[in-house]
Design a protein around this ligand. Structure first.
Ligand code: 6PG
Length: 246
């Protein structure tokens, strides 16, 4: 990787979740103050759930006017929105419904549709809502133990040269298609936050942050937002093998 991005390490999953939630509120408040709205792409998987629950309860989430927030998604599984595997379902239950977010402020990827058509439709949505060159205020990401992020998996050849906005790659290891924002859209965001927790990811995280730049093997290494507003939020378990900065 290029120079080391900013790492924030927290003692445990609970303090990591709170830090992520507070960061989302901080970036969102800045976006609303300067542009009157906050365009946020949510992460899927399990790590963000605790942060989403904190955002919808009083002491963290109250600092932002949620009626000025529009919710997008970083990726989606090719399942119905009611499926337990759906990132939309997870966000709906842990964040969107508790906040009573209006349906018109939520832009989900159509996991139930034919994958290539879902990717095309989402690219159209991004351009309709954000302009021809869509710029999100914040993209929330996680990292898999194989070094994937969003649904940019090893073996799917994600590249920064790909001018597409959304892809629906076949993911061999999962034997399924996924729908995902491309590195182009992620790196066009004003801010990106990656939250990683747990011992299971410590070796991969060390390879991603301290090892050679091999994005074909570790697609998350592609994440490098243009104005360098990338934050890694880690718990001590995940950061255990990362070389401490001098
Ligand atoms: C998904 C996510 C994916 C996730 C990582 C980490 O759809 O699964 O978008 O990129 O962030 O797989 O997942 P966990 O947080 O569950 O470890």
């Amino acid at each position: 990787m290029n120079e080391r991005p900013e790492l924030c390490v927290w003692d445990d999953e609970g303090s990591l979740a709170r830090a992520v939630a507070e960061y989302v509120v901080r970036v969102g408040s800045e976006a609303i103050a300067s542009r009157g709205r906050f365009d946020l792409a949510l992460a899927g998987g399990s790590t963000p759930k605790a942060a989403y629950r904190l955002l919808q309860d009083g002491d963290v989430g109250q600092a932002i006017d949620w009626s000025l927030v529009r919710f997008f998604f970083g990726d989606e599984r090719c399942v119905a929105p009611t499926d337990e595997q759906s990132n939309y379902k997870m966000a709906k239950e842990t964040l969107l419904d508790p906040l009573q977010v209006r349906p018109y402020a939520v832009f989900r990827m159509l996991g139930e549709a034919e994958p290539a058509e879902a990717a095309r439709a989402y690219a159209e949505t991004l351009q309709h809502e954000l302009g021809v060159e869509p710029v999100l205020d914040l993209v929330m990401l996680g990292m898999g133990a194989d070094g994937h992020t969003a649904s940019l998996f090893p073996g799917t050849d994600p590249t920064v040269e790909d001018a597409a906005l959304v892809r629906a790659p076949w993911v061999e290891k999962l034997a399924t298609h996924r729908i995902t924002l491309t590195p182009h859209v992620i790196n066009s965001a004003r801010s990106v936050v990656i939250a990683v927790q747990g011992t299971a990811k410590a070796d991969t995280l060390a390879a991603v942050l301290d090892g050679p730049y091999r994005p074909a093997e570790y697609p998350i290494q592609i994440v490098a937002p243009r104005d360098k507003r990338l934050r890694w939020f880690l718990d001590r378990a995940a950061a255990a093998r990362v070389v401490p900065l001098k």
